[in-house]
Design a binder for this molecule. Structure first.
Ligand code: ASP
Ligand code: MG
Length: 415
């Protein structure tokens, strides 16, 4: 059995969906197809969720836009405006949800609303495939991918999910299953999500639970490149990577794969292929277990919107292990992911993704014990397999806040 993952861009229009049919036809045999929300639907539903939570009546316009976009794709696929009763039912469910009274938990409300993106996409695609004779079975992943109730970043209950998934994906009558990326369900059947761009992770989870042969992720790039082609010239495709290297790259902020994706595959030695839906015959990038070490060209990963905080204890004491532990507990409480740390005798610097809500309340808590200096809007650039030239190219003419180098990796925090 193979797991396929189609991201938002690969199903963003009628033509794109038709193209995905051709890709599936290239691979006979049992398949699980994990699909993201169409195009930029998740962003659009985030707007609905925010406006709903703020009781802003403009949420109705945002909702209508999402509805119209999906109806447009249905028209394209069916050749004329067509009402699909199952889809209308989902629109009505979302309509009812935002008509109702909201709770006080934004993250909960967010998941209940944003999750509709994957429900819409998988339903439309499943119905369309059936219509054209590509027989398939639609699965509500929330019934078998079980998680805790950490909304917007739910943790998988592996044991429970394994037994449920095996009961659902039996391949007894069908060889193609279609299901949602990004979503999960709690033991009390509340909808959760796995974090933005989490559909890759879903594909890896299902592959692990069902012992898939391999996973392929279909993108609008030829594979994993050594730098983002939107910002760098002369990028090169990396033909193969080890699991370990792929984890390093995605953890540093490479956007091509979600950081949590690799581990569940590595644990069962399942290869991951990153391929282009525009050139399905091309080889793409393969991530698998590699005995030999790779000598790669410099691989550049840029993370924007980083914040840097530098702390010095108010009482002029040294930075101790207890200081570090206190600061990290506070960061965990604010759910902040630290990307870079630097410590000296009297100060501690941490770089992290700037949270949506800003850093004011974090700073005011830190100010109880420390003198705090901070900067926002920085870039954290990681270069794996760096060369002196590649470092110069990145740092030239920019203010450098922190630079760290190991044998393989250079990391720079820059304005
Ligand atoms: N639709 C979700 C998102 O855009 C999940 C995904 O695309 O992987 O974040
Ligand atoms: Mg998406």
């Amino acid at each position: 059995m193979k797991v396929f993952k189609f991201g938002g861009a690969s199903v963003s229009s009628g033509d794109a969906v038709r193209n995905s049919v051709n890709i599936l036809k290239m691979y006979p045999g049992d398949k699980v197809l994990v699909i993201s929300a169409m195009g930029k639907t998740t962003n659009a539903l985030e707007v609905v969720a925010r406006k709903y939570f703020n009781q802003d009546p403009e949420m109705w316009t945002a909702f209508q836009d999402v509805k119209a976009y999906h109806q447009g794709i249905v028209s394209e696929l069916w050749g004329a405006p067509t009402e699909l009763p199952e889809l209308e039912k989902l629109f009505e469910q979302l309509n009812n949800r935002i008509t109702g009274e909201r709770s006080l938990n934004f993250d909960y409300e967010y998941d209940q609303i944003v999750s509709f993106g994957e429900l819409f996409s998988t339903l439309i695609i499943s119905l369309y495939f059936n219509k054209i004779g590509l027989k398939n079975h639609w699965i509500d992943v929330r019934n078998c991918l079980k998680t805790d109730d950490l909304y917007r970043e739910a943790n998988v209950d592996w044991e429970l999910s394994a037994s449920l998934a095996k009961q659902v994906f039996t391949f007894e009558f069908d060889d193609l299953y279609i299901t949602q990326g990004f979503l999960g369900g709690t033991s009390t059947n509340q909808t959760t999500t796995l974090g933005r761009e989490g559909s890759d992770y879903t594909a890896a989870i299902l592959a692990n639970l069902l012992d898939a042969e391999d996973v392929s992720i279909w993108k609008n790039v030829p594979g994993i490149l050594n730098a983002d082609p939107d910002f760098f010239k002369n990028t090169q495709k990396l033909d193969e990577l080890s699991y370990k290297e792929a984890i390093e790259l995605s953890y540093s902020g490479a956007k091509v794969i979600h950081p949590k994706t690799i581990k569940p595959l590595q644990n069962k030695n399942i290869p991951l292929l990153v391929k282009s839906f525009l050139e399905p015959e091309a080889t793409g990038t393969i991530i698998h277990s590699l005995e030999h070490s790779l000598e790669l060209v410099p691989v550049i990963i840029v993370k924007n919107n980083m914040a840097l905080i530098t702390l010095s204890p108010d009482d002029f004491s040294f930075i101790s292990i207890n200081t570090v532990s206190d600061v990290f507990s506070l960061f965990a409480k604010f759910r902040l992911k630290v990307g870079l740390i630097q410590q000296s005798a009297i100060d501690l610097s941490l770089a992290f993704d700037e949270p949506e809500k800003g850093i004011e309340s974090l700073i005011s808590q830190l100010q109880e014990k420390f003198e705090v200096k901070y900067n926002t809007g920085l870039d954290l650039v990681t270069i794996r397999y760096y060369t002196p030239e590649s470092v110069t190219e990145i740092t030239n003419g920019r203010t450098l806040y922190i630079e760290q180098k190991s044998r393989r990796t250079a990391r720079m925090l820059l304005k």
